[in-house]
Design a protein around this ligand. Sequence first.
Ligand SMILES: *Cc1c(COP(=O)(O)O)cnc(C)c1O
Length: 384
Amino acid sequence: MSGIKRPTAPALGHSRPLSRGIEPSVVHTSRGPSDLDAIYEGQAPGFTYSREGHANASALAAMIDEMEGVTGGIAVSSGMAAVSAAALSVLKAGDHLLGGDQLYGRSLRMMTQELPRLGIETSVFDPTEVATARAALRPNTKAILVEVVSNPTLRVADMEGLAALAREAGLILIVDNTFTTPRGFAPYDHGADMVIHSVTKLLAGHSDAMLGYVSARDSDVAARLRGVAITWGLTPSPFDCWLAERGMLSFDLRLERATATAAALADALAAHPGVSRVLYPGRADHPDHARAKALLGTRMGNMVSFEIPGGRDAAEALAMRCSLAFAPTLGDVATTLSHAASSSHRGLTPEGRAALGMGEGFFRVSVGIEPAEEVIAALTDAMP
Ligand SMILES: *Cc1c(COP(=O)(O)O)cnc(C)c1O
């Protein structure tokens, strides 16, 4: 693993800015038709109209490509734009998409509400049990969409089993690597064909840029992705790309700190009498601990989930008393607390949530970079 390098900014005379500028121009001029032809055909470097691509997007995509060990990935306007680009580039009417049953809520909504309108069949399976994927295969199954660690129950997918199944059945394995990050899990070394990120989260890390990234191992699929993103208008803003590039320079430090604090927080919560259950893949009591160790090594991530007894009233009291930001997102420099029943899983019935082991007292913590003692005290001091 090599460190994150700052992309080289274009030279200005005999000097070069150390950090890249923001290039908001919607259009670039060129000398004439032959130059423009060459740029459009990819035979000469340069840009045309910024929906087709711009310098800030290229720089950001190249940084993530380097981390994922691939080339030709693209930056798009959000994580969901990345999921959309992946789906729209490899699926057509009559195909079947198999998705993890605990995917990001909007990805699930895409599967239930949007793709079927385009004539694409979808169904879900339990990614911790590869047999459920095998049982759900149809003759027209084209792709599998999976997240390595589920939100917020932090279950770990059987990535080896799924990669073997995808290979055997000739399916495209699409991995949303947002939660695990390129440092926690290397999808392309584990059989993935496409990788998605919500750059909005840990990679950019400061809750001020909304962006996505998607890449493909196969260069034809990568070209399709690029075409889909341009035609469907999924282009990111230069300013957001610039913010993300800046944020990513500290990604490794942030992840290291947040991961260490998350492990300490999980242990502190598990020892607290007011907590009925703690979920952290790095703890021996996690149902997928062995698999987490095999897939993630020591990079168990910055997410910790826990449950307190006492229903909605106790949950309300905890959130109100806790000094952490109560916010339905993850990956910020600050630690944030979220509550599945009122945010990510509000679309489910109480019975549906209960089936996932998510009662009214279920919280998820996205650990940030504050000192560990502060994060632990913020939660333990607020316990009923
Ligand atoms: C947030 C998230 C997305 C969507 O990303 P946006 O940038 O919010 O559109 C997709 N997948 C996962 C796992 C996420 O956490």
